[in-house]
Design a protein around this ligand. Sequence first.
Ligand code: ZN
Length: 677
Amino acid sequence: MSNNKNPLLEPFDQAPFSKIKNDHFKPAFLQAMDDARKEIDEIVANPEPPTFSNTLEALDFVGQQLDRISSIFFNLNSAETNEEIQKIAQEVSPLLSEFSNDITLNQGLFERIKTVYEQRKSLDLTPEQYTLLDKKYKSFSRNGANLNEPDKKRLREIDTELSKLKLKFGENVLAETNKYELLITNEEDLKGLPEGTVEAAAHLAESKGKKGWLITLEYPSYIPFMKYAENRELRKKLAIAFGSKGFHNDELDNQQNVLRIVNLRFQRANLLGYATHADFVLEERMAETPTKVLEFLNELLTKAKPAAEREYTELENYAKELDGIDRLEKWDSAFYSEKLKQKLFNLDDEKLKPYFKLENVIKGVFLVAEKLFGLQFKEVSTIEKYHPEVKTYEVYDDTNNFISLFYADFHPRTGKRDGAWMTSFKSQYTLNGKNSRPHISNVCNFTRSTSTKPSLLTFNEVTTLFHEFGHGLHGMLANTTYPSLSGTSVYWDFVELPSQVMENWCYEKEALELFAFHYETGELIPMELVEKIKESANFQEGLATVRQLSFGFLDMAWHGKDPSNVKDVKAYETEAFISTNLFPETPETCMSTSFSHIFQGGYSSGYYSYKWSEVLDADAFAYFKEHGIFNREIADKFREHVLSKGGTENPMELYKRFRGAEPNIDALLERAGLLKS
Ligand SMILES: [Zn+2]
């Protein structure tokens, strides 16, 4: 490579995909990390006394090239990967963690930041600067920078043990999932299952050299079985297998891992000066404290429980009438819900899809953005792309100012992971008076067109597109100074507001009239279909809400208290579920031992945020509804106080500036139909 220039190390604006070869990545990463380390050394070695500008501001602009390289590389690893890229990812990921650890453990750097932090009250900083200082200081102090040496050592030990335990927890859940299989040999037992599920089960059995049909605990097999299989005994068997992962007192058991994880998290929080792990986590969340989270969960529970109880009785009566079931059990719920839903709404995707041709939906979401924020999307062919299928746009505002680049990559391919997401190739920031605009991307996996049919979206895919586009707007309309506070760099329980709020437009006549035309006849979607979509979206919302809340309570029970006296995981969990229980208790199962969200993933003390975000988006959209869903004044406020501000200020303050008040849960209850009795 010595003689050829590495395009990733040259200055570039748009990602230069056509010039990048896989071999360029590793040397570029190494060089960019080296450069960033030198920049940091210079900040630390600066003979001038530390100031906001020579320390905090300087630090936030360190490693710009590294950020660009990382975003290009990891976006490719998600959307257009191959073995070579995956191999590079495995090589560079530990180097990148080491790089960021070196920063947070850099005591000289911390001392400078701390000096500025201690003068913060007298520095006359803007709110954004104040936030930057606070966040940077905490990124060190929350990692132990203020501790004495023995405590620092203890913290590292805890962190090392925790990361091993989390890994072990996840491995056990995975092994339990892979280990289990339900072999069906009597065709009768398949009754009710959709053809596709039966076929997949037959294939799986065959591939393992078995006769019959294999059902497993993986979602594509487990979910349809619980929804459609008429054999109640088998549903029970499968549900208990699913619910008892990590709870068999064998080598894959997770009970001790749960106890050890929560105790270590508690000790870690104490070491850093926090009462509990939840106090530690929530310091950097909109919800702020465990008390507030519990108040929130309890308020929602009080309002949702009557509806949940009503729905439970309704479902039980229906099961009794249909099959003589006396007591509705957990393994009956998906099955009878599905049957009742079909009976009440008779709504399937095939009826709706003709009204949602992909091109029309894209046009629709652009028109919504135009009506709300005056944005124009101009498709351009001059922007380089990483795959010919990617669409590229330049985005302008109504006075023709350039706002952003927008990449859209809609269809599944080998090398693209599942799901839908928003990401960026470059974030927005302001440097030397120049507002440097962002490059935003949406990636989805929608069914592609065929020679006879265009790409037609399910309604769920339509809301997904609006959702990711909402995250996209948060990135595109960013207007901050510091890159680390820009766009979607906000607290975890605030980040879904811009995305979820956009989904609301999909249910509105005024918005659907812009794009929901039948792909053959051009006819507008009939409004009674739209009404049905709305009603069916709320079907058994009480039960669903109480279920979500129960997970939030369990999470807070494990992380919001001193767990050192807990010995019996199942008993403790049962206690935590008391207020949300509707179904008969199943002694064979345990949620905690496979609750990967909070014990393996990053959701500890954060499960509440699913409902929290719904409250925010419903409350925000209610404001639009009051004044018209395309009201420019409300949209301007949303743009000004929420979308453009990123993480530059406390999100509750930003929200109040937009809405004039703190979010109220009533809008969600109203939308979810939980207020009617
Ligand atoms: Zn989202």
